[in-house]
Design a protein. Structure first.
Length: 341
């Protein structure tokens, strides 16, 4: 009899690499890879999240482990909506949620068609009112930047599929740029380097592991190495090669350059008063890419602006979407992004 008196508020970071869910008064309650394992014959979902990620590159004939999101947006609608529904069910348990208010962060460069796909996935997950705030705004709120004040705040959110750069003031985005170069492209750069230099084929999980272990954006005194196992492209047999930190930095050079250039272009378009604020307050890095060793120093060197990493860069977008729903300070932000199309 009390169902109608309570409405759950759910913030969602539906990311290319990972999905995070935030519940009001509870914080981030789910953090799972955005991966689905599918039976090709029956077209049914066998697993989602971490269980499905463990299958990548290891599935038998007839089973495919895939990521239904690409470049921050839905690439496979059916499996994306099933994945989101399964994740919502996990956090709701046996209680279920009665048409919750749901805020799902989207890249600032998203199209109306891509927005519609995300909204329809939320409807399948039994959402009531749906909001689609832009990722840089959500990340800035989650990182604790004073977005509602008349001062300039700059956020650089480097996720799995997109890098979002934005200058924010008075609850609005003043200038921004969204590029579809982020964590996935860094992984792919390592894959291509090993093919070209070492004639070695590796999978997605191996390249990501190399990035975590040896990835860096600047020269370092350490030049440790890592033994990489893969397939010899010359004779088709398994092979092990040693790759150094310097080699990985060389492989990541081009995508990192494009990320830095996006930051520079955004700064160049920023109004002078806000640019002065940013110079005094610095640039905030969020997203998984913020954890790449030396990236904050690289951006600072190239822009001559202080750069800081958020306390919990992986959770900022999810926390921001949740705070938008629960805190009156950010009500204006939500009112601007009610999904109507």
């Amino acid at each position: 009899m009390f169902k109608g008196f309570f409405r759950q508020e759910i913030g969602v970071d539906l990311g290319t690499a990972n999905t995070l869910i935030y519940l009001t008064n509870k914080g981030v309650v789910l953090r799972e890879p955005s991966v689905v394992a599918v039976d090709d014959q029956t077209n049914t979902v066998l697993a989602v999240g971490e269980e499905a990620r463990a299958m990548i590159g290891r599935t038998p004939v007839g089973v495919t482990a895939c990521r239904p999101l690409k470049d921050g947006v839905i690439a496979d609608f059916k499996f994306a909506e099933v994945m989101l529904k399964k994740f919502i069910e996990r956090v709701s348990g046996n209680r279920g949620f009665m048409n919750p208010y749901m805020a799902i962060a989207v890249p600032s460069g998203v199209t109306s068609v891509e927005k519609r796909a995300i909204r329809e996935a939320a409807i399948t997950a039994k959402a009531g009112q749906i909001y689609l705030p832009e990722e840089p705004m959500a990340a800035a709120i989650g990182a604790g930047l004073p977005v509602a004040e008349p001062t300039g705040s700059m956020i650089v959110d480097i996720g799995g599929g997109t890098t979002e750069v934005a200058v924010i003031s008075l609850s609005g985005i003043v200038v921004n740029e969204s590029i579809r170069i982020a964590g996935d492209e860094l992984n792919e750069a390592i894959v291509q380097y090993l093919k070209k230099v070492h004639s070695l084929a590796i999978g997605e999980r191996t390249s990501e592991d190399i990035k975590f272990r040896l990835g860096s954006a600047r020269n370092s005194v350490e030049n440790d190495a890592y033994e990489v196992r893969g397939l010899n492209l010359i004779n088709g047999l398994p092979r092990t090669v040693s790759i150094s930190r310097d080699e990985v930095r060389e492989a990541l050079g081009e995508p990192l350059h494009q990320i830095v250039e996006a930051v520079r272009r955004t700064l160049e378009r920023t109004p002078p008063e806000l640019a002065a604020d940013i110079f005094n307050r610095g640039i905030m890095l969020t997203g998984g890419g913020a954890l790449l060793q030396g990236l904050d120093e690289l951006i600072s060197d190239e822009t001559e602006v202080p750069v800081f990493i958020a306390d919990d860069p992986l959770s900022c977008v999810a926390i921001g979407t949740g705070r938008m729903l629960s805190e009156p300070t950010f009500r204006r932000v939500l009112e601007q992004c009610i999904s109507q199309n």
